[in-house]
Design a protein around this ligand. Sequence first.
Ligand SMILES: [Zn+2]
Ligand SMILES: [Zn+2]
Length: 126
Amino acid sequence: MMIMEFFKKSRQCKHENFPPEKEIGYCPDCGELIENQWFIVRCACCGVKHKAVLKNGEIISAEKFCHNCGSKSFVAEKVDKINFIDISYAVLVKTVIMREDFEFTQSWAEARETSSCTRRLLQQFR
Ligand SMILES: [Zn+2]
Ligand SMILES: [Zn+2]
């Protein structure tokens, strides 16, 4: 019951208290590992930057069409290092990183694999 409640709570958390200037860290409310990801939107046709907005979990352009070429298709682009100019265009997405889940799945898989299978996998990576 307590576990259920925890999951319910963490899913609802919007990580609003996690500072936007941090690149990566733990949310002070739910303890999840959060990565701040900035996105801008470009016109798919001419590449002009547009103001990005987040709507129903999707990154879309604030404008309905491109003021430069009239195109209605846009592409979202992740900004690795947010700068002073882009920040007015960008939208911040607080992404939860499932690092713990990933590690858990991996060790579980390793324990289940037979030794010959693991060896074959290792050889493939060389
Ligand atoms: Zn949170
Ligand atoms: Zn355009």
